[in-house]
Write a protein that binds this ligand. Structure first.
Ligand SMILES: [Zn+2]
Length: 332
């Protein structure tokens, strides 16, 4: 709790300065104080329809009767004009840099959105703020932001229709897989060109923001790495690949054996819930198959969507989703 208050005090009591930039503070991305006060989901999550449960605005297999994954949180506004237009200011969740801005309301399912990268922390997390009505005009690519800095205004923009009364912030926290997303994208059979460079949703893997914020509230961890170390490994796979993926060049803390001196022929990769990449190990072993499943915690894998592994004739195989993640990480 004290850190939430501290983040807010940066806004209200002291003018934001970069001296806060390297300390790990988290701020809630909307002015709604309910989460910081420990109130339940219904006080901040935007449900997908009047007859739906509030958890439909949470992270996980919460859509289409559990069959569709939602990679972030949907947060409703606490301020509206008499006409019902959302007026909430959106705040940066951590200090960082503007990595991408999409000012077109219809070029993406995210609508107008902004992605920040938090390069001073380990590993480098991204945060994404979508369906915005407005992104502050003074923010451009590579602008520096401090924690709890106003970056835009909540809205209902998207390439599909979001009714005014369901205006919300779609908020994600996670890790970016590749520096060369277009190379992967152009190999797929998508009908439209990628308009969002490396900040296309396919290249961004979100973690559960509520668990991340709750853990921060309880333990005040000093870097995102401390949080990731607590996450369970759902599956471990080994993949033949001799180069070092750019994910690990950007995030050396994800590598468990940096001192390994033998020539690398493959990598052992551990993935957490919903395929979040947790850590990697170099290996000099070349395997018969391109990808081998080493372990799988079936009961803790997501039940209806985003399964990492499937079973056929008693054998374990990587799911399409896991293959896509591996292709993006180990892109040749
Ligand atoms: Zn959403």
């Amino acid at each position: 709790m004290k850190n939430f208050l501290l983040a807010v005090s940066i806004l209200t009591a002291i003018s934001p300065t970069l001296s806060f930039a390297n300390q790990f503070f988290l701020a809630w991305p909307t002015p709604n104080p309910s989460f910081a006060k420990g109130l339940g989901y219904s006080n901040f999550l935007q449900k997908t329809g009047p007859d739906k449960d509030f958890t439909s605005g949470a992270y996980g297999c919460v859509r289409n009767h559990g069959n569709k994954f939602h990679e972030g949180l949907d947060l409703f506004p606490i301020n509206r004009t008499p006409e019902g237009i959302a007026e909430d200011t959106i705040f940066s969740a951590m200090s960082g840099t503007v990595a991408y801005i999409c000012r077109s309301p219809t070029d993406s399912a995210y609508g107008k959105y902004i992605v920040l990268e938090h390069e001073q922390f380990t590993p480098v997390l991204y945060t994404l703020y979508a369906h915005l009505e407005e992104i502050h005009q003074n923010l451009t690519h590579r602008s520096q932001v401090v924690v709890a800095q106003p970056i835009g205004k909540m809205g209902n923009t998207a390439s599909f229709r979001i009714p005014l009364n369901r205006s919300h912030l779609h908020f994600e926290v996670g890790i970016r897989l590749s520096n060369n997303f277009d190379k992967w994208y152009n190999r797929q059979r998508f009908r439209t060109p990628n308009k969002h460079t490396n900040y296309n949703g396919y290249n961004l893997v979100g973690l559960d923001p509520l668990k991340f914020y709750s853990s921060y509230q309880k333990y005040s961890f000093s870097s995102p790495r401390s949080y990731l170390l607590k996450l369970p490994t759902i599956t471990k796979v080994q993949i033949n690949f001799s180069q070092t993926p750019d994910l690990l060049l950007r995030n050396p803390s994800l590598l468990l054996n940096p001192e390994y001196n033998e020539s690398v022929k493959s990598w052992v990769c551990s993935f957490g819930p919903f395929g979040f990449p947790l850590n990697f190990e170099k290996s000099s072993v070349s395997l018969k198959q391109q990808i081998t499943v080493l372990s799988y915690d079936e009961k803790n894998d997501s039940q209806f969507c985003r399964r990492m592994i499937y079973k056929k004739n008693g054998k374990l195989f990587p799911s399409e989703q896991l293959i896509a993640y591996l292709e993006l990480i180990f892109l040749d």
